[in-house]
Every structure is written in C-alpha cells, then in structure tokens.
Design a protein around this ligand. Structure first.
Ligand code: CO
Length: 214
C-alpha cells in the first residue's frame, strides 16, 4: 500500500510561513550565501540532528553524516565535504560527533552481521581492536560499547587531521580546530572528549592521552 507523505508538504508550508513571519528577510539572506563557522561530522542516526543539538539555525552549520560518523581516508564524499568546508567556506571548527548507544558501533563491537554495512563497520572494528585490552576490562556490555563510541569519535578526529585538506590548511596558517564530542540520547547533552586539535601532531598526542584515560 502506498503511504501518503502529504503531511510533509503541509509541515513544510507551515515551516516556511513561520520562518517568514519570524524574520521576513530570512530566506532572501540565505539565498545568496552561506557562511557557517562549523562543520559537523556526525552519525546518520535520526535522533542526532546536527542543528538542533547545538541550537544553530539553517546557514550556520555545514553537515556530513554517515553511519557511525566514520572518516575514511579514501571516502571521496567525506573528503569533498571537508575540502569544501575548509577551503571554500573557511569554517573555524570541525565537530566530529559520536553518540552513546550508536547502533553501528554496537554492531561493530559485537561482530553482529548486518550485510553490506559490515564492510563499513569494519573501520570501527579496527578502532575496537586497537583498544581491545582496555575495552575488555569493561564488564558491562553497554558501557563497553559506549566507550567504543567515544574512542571511535576520537579516532575520526585524528583521521580528519591527517587529511591533505587539514594539513595544507594548517601549513598556510589557516585557523581551524578539530574537536571530538559524544552526544547522549538520554539527556541531550554533548560531552567534550578533550581531543581538540589545531595540528596533526596535537591530534595524535591528545588521542593517545584520552584513550589511556579510563
Ligand atoms: Co549512530
């Protein structure tokens, strides 16, 4: 049976009217340019909407999302987003945002078979295997998976910092900082993972320190 999506058009019309009523210049202003200061790299999970979580309006955050917020060195999609954000939009901050209770991370942690996605989650298993000793010391399975959510976000911060885009930006003196966060679905709060980096070396060093902290 074909299910109607008519309500989405109704929602959209209402939203457009509301935005216009609140700020008559709103759409006119955004038509010509976007000047976001932030790039958000997060999970596709429908419960982690970038703009709402940090209270930013359309036009204020450039967004890339995929399953379990992974940044792979050969992923042309992610690299292009990072390139555009850094070189064209000149964002000042890149936020790599994992979230506790991430289904992708849980599947990776437990070797669950999901099909095609297993190949994508393999990247997270590389992170898991790298920290296996520490992870295995955590008895509670949910806590163990949540720690991997943090480690994965921290690891992806390093991956962002290793890209040619960031290395070249820093080389020419551009001011851009990469951060690692983990969002809690339970209380809606973001936790800073203390791996913020303004250089590749700093990223590697802070990741090592943060990963050793239990
Ligand atoms: Co997720």
């Amino acid at each position: 049976m074909h299910q109607s999506i008519e309500h989405l058009f109704t929602n959209n019309k209402n939203w457009s009217e509301r935005m216009h009523a609140e700020d008559p210049d709103y759409f006119r202003r955004l038509v010509n340019q976007q000047t976001p200061e932030y790039l958000w790299i997060g999970c596709s999970d429908s419960r982690v909407p970038a703009n709402q979580v940090v209270g930013l309006a359309p036009g204020e955050v450039f967004v890339h999302r995929n399953i379990a917020n992974v940044v792979v060195h050969t992923d042309l999609n992610a690299l292009s987003v990072i390139h555009y954000a850094v070189e064209m939009l000149r964002v000042k901050h890149i936020l790599v945002v994992g979230h506790y209770g991430c289904g992708g991370v849980k599947a990776a942690m437990n070797d669950n078979k999901t099909g095609l996605t297993d190949n994508w989650l393999r990247h997270i298993q590389d992170v898991r295997d790298r920290h296996l000793d520490r992870l295995e010391r955590i008895d509670d399975p949910a806590a163990r998976a949540n720690r991997l959510c943090e480690l994965n976000a921290m690891h992806q911060v390093v991956n962002v910092c290793q890209t040619s885009v960031l290395r070249e930006a820093w080389q020419r003196g551009q001011n851009v900082t990469v951060h690692g966060w983990c969002y809690s679905l339970e209380d809606g709060l973001v936790r800073d993972l203390a791996v913020s980096a303004g250089s590749r070396e700093e990223a590697v060093e802070r990741y090592r320190d943060a990963a050793e902290r239990d």
